[in-house]
Design a binder for this molecule. Sequence first.
Ligand code: SF4
Ligand code: SF4
Length: 370
Amino acid sequence: MAVRANPNLIDELEHYGARDASKCYQCGDCSATCRLSGDASVFPRKAMHYLQLGLEKPLRSTLDPWLCYYCGDCSERCPRGAEPGETMMGLRRWLTAQYDFTGISRFLYRSWASELAAILMLALVTGAGFLGFGYILGGGNLSVYDGAGAFLPAHDVHIFDWTMGITLALILSINCLRMWRFTMRGEQAAPVSPSQYVRHLQLLPLHFFTQKRFRDCENKRPWATHLVLMLSYLTMLVLIMFFLKEMQSGPKVNWYVHSFGYLASIGLVTVTILDLRGRVKKDEAYHRHSHESDWMFLILLLYVATTGIVQHVLHRAGLPMAANITYVAHLMGVVPMLLLEVPFSKWSHMAYRPLAMYFAALQQAAGKGS
Ligand code: SF4
Ligand code: SF4
């Protein structure tokens, strides 16, 4: 069957951060350098080639960009300055937009002004919503932070969190299904039996919790910081979804719960600052180029983490009114971060990466007939 080319694809990818792919002359040095590339998937050279030819469909069905962890070695080695590592990053953003059935991801990635406007609008709606809720439904007492008569009772915030969490999980699940359809049901895909799906299932939690493949890169530091960021975020998510009442109680510190929150906060703030510093200094190949969405993600994350810490300190210091106001400011960052980043942007990678490892193993097993 004839494969249709999209001559504008390489220009389209520029919006997603792949700016130098046209310089590639297919020497293959990048793939020879990459420790993660192998016989089963030769990247990043193949993806560079597809991109230059405008082969949109094969690119949509490839898992290769998710098998790259952006250590930057290939970009250092490339004799043409074609930035293959950054191209793989750009392809991950593009694929995220392809998987997303709502079109929101495309809208956010292609225009930083749209992303900023969406963040600000959601922040304002959230602030107005929680202030309105606190004043009208919660009794309006800004001087009470927790327990009876609290301005924002933990129970009500908890219901809001779960409603938002379930909605986001549903959207992300649909996007994951689309990823499966593009990558595992294409014309070229070998059929995979249900027993193979079950046999390899353990790869999902393995890659999700350990980011094991990233560790195979020569430079272990990005893997370590990535792991700390991911585990810190997960810890915070578990605390908020299951222990919000304990987290919000006080002013006495509940060490059984709060100590996990402290560790997660330290992890989030430290890694975010290190990443921001690296992007400003451009001291590593993987920090040399930053898409606007990278800055917004990091700034939003830092804002959420620091307002969360300040709110906690104010509450422990016996300043409930200041703690309540900071809590609303904190939620004004949390809601846009979760609503935009989880199903449509950076945090969605937490689902797509382990899925890609799983699918890649299934494709390999199906190819070998095992
Ligand atoms: S990206 Fe660079 S190293 Fe890789 S094939 Fe192209 S020119 Fe060669
Ligand atoms: S950035 Fe690193 S992992 Fe990704 S393709 Fe290049 S060498 Fe391989």
